[in-house]
Each structure stands twice: as structure tokens, then as C-alpha cells.
Design a protein around this ligand. Structure first.
Ligand code: ZN
Length: 159
């Protein structure tokens, strides 16, 4: 399993979900840094969180996992994946999602129902955006750091 390729799809998923929701970022990178294989650098300190936004925040965070999952399923159609690999609570994205949502719900059952609903939406979005996600992932494998401006200039990636 090519983990560089998997990372490229994962980060492309985050980046395209952000672009789709008009969220600006500085760059998307698949250069390993510390324990992270890649990241999307955002510079938006102190942004207010309210429920309308929470859905988008969670969707953007889930989009990496959803894109990675879609990539693996496409690449290895006969392999049976253990879903707990994707939703492992020690994964940074899952950890960050729970940090965001925990305070919003009275109990874990409601929270998990909300997360399931957002994940379902994320999956649908990722499938809709698969063309651009794939283009960006392939571009990242050639050039491991791509800025928001470069992406805006490269319209063929986005459309
Ligand atoms: Zn991620």
C-alpha cells in the first residue's frame, strides 16, 4: 500500500471540502512533519463556532478520512477494510472532531448520531468531488506543497 498516495488523497479531500465551503487555507502539503504525514495549513485564529458552522467544520475534518477510504476502496476493490481503521479515535482528525462536538450534545448517543449524519454527507460530497480530489492528489504527488493561490490559478484542478 503506497502511503504517500493515500496521504495525497486524504489531504486533497480536506482541501477540496474547504474550497467547496469557501474556506481559505494557506497551502496543502504531503511533506511529513513530526507525526503527521501531511496537512492543510489554515490561518484563521479565533473563528467563532456556531452550529451552522459546526457541520462544515466536522465535514472538512471528515473529508480526509472519507477521501482516503474512497481511494483505498477504488484501488483495492476486493480487499475487506476494517472500518475501525478509518474511525480510530487516536487519529488526529477523529480526536479533533470529538473536541469540537462533545460540548454541543447532551449525551454521547446524540453526538454519535450527529457524527454519523455528517459522515454520510461527507461521503456523498467526496464522491461528487472525486474528479477534482483525484486531480489534486496526483498534483501533490508531483509537487508536495500547493498553495491556495496556486490552486485558484489552476482552475482545471477545481472543475
Ligand atoms: Zn486529516
Amino acid at each position: 500500500m503506497n502511503s504517500k498516495e493515500k496521504t495525497a488523497y486524504h489531504e486533497a479531500g480536506h482541501a477540496l471540502a474547504m474550497i467547496h465551503h469557501k474556506r481559505k487555507f494557506e497551502y496543502v502539503s504531503i511533506v511529513p512533519e513530526g507525526r503527521f504525514l501531511g496537512h492543510v495549513r489554515v490561518n484563521e485564529p479565533g473563528r467563532e463556532i456556531y452550529l451552522g458552522d459546526l457541520v462544515i467544520d466536522v465535514l472538512v475534518l471528515f473529508a480526509g478520512i472519507a477521501a482516503e477510504r474512497q481511494y483505498l476502496k477504488t484501488k483495492y476493490p476486493h480487499k475487506k477494510f476494517n472500518e475501525s481503521y478509518f474511525f480510530n479515535p487516536i487519529r488526529k482528525d477523529i480526536h479533533d472532531i470529538r473536541e469540537l462536538t462533545r460540548a454541543f450534545f447532551k449525551n454521547e448517543e446524540e453526538e454519535l448520531r450527529f457524527l454519523q449524519w455528517v459522515y454520510y454527507r461527507t461521503d456523498q460530497k467526496v464522491i461528487q468531488m472525486w474528479g477534482p480530489i483525484e486531480k489534486l492528489a496526483k498534483a501533490l504527488l508531483k509537487k508536495p506543497v500547493i498553495t491556495y493561490e496556486e490552486l485558484q490559478a489552476a482552475n482545471p484542478i477545481l472543475n
